[in-house]
Design a binder for this molecule. Structure first.
Ligand code: GDP
Ligand code: MN
Length: 389
């Protein structure tokens, strides 16, 4: 679960991490007034659920309130395309106005969950800023990493080692130690999946400041934080992903034309692989879960069909906990409700499979049965081809 930069900064500030003076605005007029408050010279930052804004024109330094207004007018409503958004971009609806700071040095620091070690990992580099991906690619030795033992937590000596590796000395070094310890505390208490400060800067006046912040929460821990769902800016999410979230379906839109409905993440991955092997391009990843009900299957089917890129549907379900005939009913129900005329291939196996297949064959839908995963994938690609797509 993601939140905006300004929200992340507020949270970090609550843990004693210094951030620049700022305001959030929803209109160009508000941006202008905020810029006036900052003394005219300030930074205008588009708030979207993606990084790489600096290089895409989403972060601009201005010198007068009127100039802030002009920049804001240009940004509001614009779909900002950055290296992290994909070609469709993300719409700017909120802008953060920050006091401009004279930067002496830019660092990178983050803490993220490392799935391999199942631990938090602290990552830092003296060469932070907008080129961090380049640094990681070209000179990985400049990136310092530390796996944090959950029993001892991050120890001050470890944080100091990192701060020294960043080339910091004296008071700023000690400030950085404290900042790293607070960053770790924030991660633990807020159940973060990622907290990233890039750049963490030392200003010309010698202060440490979190100039940018990115925070995402561990979805599995959201239930522990009642305020989290209200922090989400739904306008930044794909509407179908929001609906899927409501029904507890794991849905991710992809760029192809074959809608996929599968139960179990592993089976879903295998399905996408096999589809590709047969020359098909999946339109989405959709996992209805192990114990999917008829209603859930019907909702999932509707979500797939709402995507206008979908030209054919491939269902691959293993009826273990769930009976195949009940799943078939869910598919038939949803398909008739939305008057689906697209080709459908259903590959199912497990309990009551014969009853399920019979229901589908007698349903009057444009449906074929796949006997195996390969057979199903082959059939859907063929049906799609015959449809002239
Ligand atoms: P990102 O590209 O989405 O990560 O956006 P950032 O918030 O990191 O901004 C991009 C770059 O803009 C930073 O790396 C800084 O170099 C620069 N920047 C951001 N705020 C300020 C500021 O107050 N003063 C100056 N001089 N530069 C800034
Ligand atoms: Mn940044």
């Amino acid at each position: 679960m993601n939140i905006h930069e300004y929200q992340a900064k507020e949270i970090l500030n609550g843990f004693g991490i210094p951030i620049p003076r700022s305001r959030v605005a929803l209109t160009a007029d508000q941006v202008e007034r905020a810029a006036k408050e900052m003394g005219g010279h300030c930074v205008i930052k588009a708030q979207i659920y993606a990084g790489g804004r600096g290089k895409a024109g989403g972060v601009k330094v201005v010198h007068h309130p009127e100039q802030a207004n002009d920049v804001a007018k240009e940004l509001f409503g614009k779909k900002l395309v950055t290296i992290q958004t994909g070609p469709e971009g993300l719409k700017v609806r909120r802008i953060l106005i920050e006091e401009a700071v004279e930067i002496a040095r830019e660092f990178y620091v983050s803490i993220t969950l490392d799935r391999e070690s199942s631990r938090y990992c602290l990552i830092a580099s003296a060469e932070g800023g907008v080129e961090i991906e380049e640094v990681a690619r070209k000179s990985p030795e400049k990136i310092h990493m530390l796996t944090i033992d959950p029993f001892t937590g991050l120890r001050p000596y470890q944080a100091r080692k990192i701060a020294l590796a960043l080339g910091l000395t004296g008071v700023v070094c000690e400030d950085c130690v404290e900042l790293l310890l607070n960053l770790y505390k924030c991660c633990l208490e807020r159940d973060c999946f990622l907290v990233e400060i890039n750049p963490l800067v030392v200003t010309k006046a010698g202060w440490l400041l979190a100039m940018d912040a990115k925070m995402s929460f561990d979805d599995n821990a959201v239930y522990r934080h009642r305020e989290y769902p209200d922090m989400v800016d739904y306008s930044q999410l794909d509407p179908l992903e929001i609906t899927a979230g409501k029904y507890d379906l794991a849905y991710i839109k992809l760029s192809g034309s074959i809608g996929c409905m599968v139960n179990g993440a592993g089976l879903a991955m295998a399905t996408l692989d096999v589809l590709k092997e047969f020359g098909g391009e999946p339109a989405n990843f959709l996992d209805v879960g192990g114990g999917a009900t008829r209603e859930k299957v019907a909702e999932a089917f509707k979500i797939i069909l709402e995507d206008s890129d979908v030209k054919a549907v491939f269902v691959n379900i293993f009826g273990g906990i769930m009976r195949c005939d009940v799943i078939a009913q869910g598919i038939i129900e949803a398909a008739s409700e939305v008057k689906c005329i697209l080709p459908i291939v259903v590959r199912m196996d497990g309990s009551h499979v014969e009853e399920g297949k019979k229901l589908l064959q007698e349903s009057g839908l444009n449906v074929q049965i796949g006997e195996t995963l390969g057979d199903g994938a082959g059939k859907i690609v063929k049906m799609l081809g015959q449809g002239g797509n």
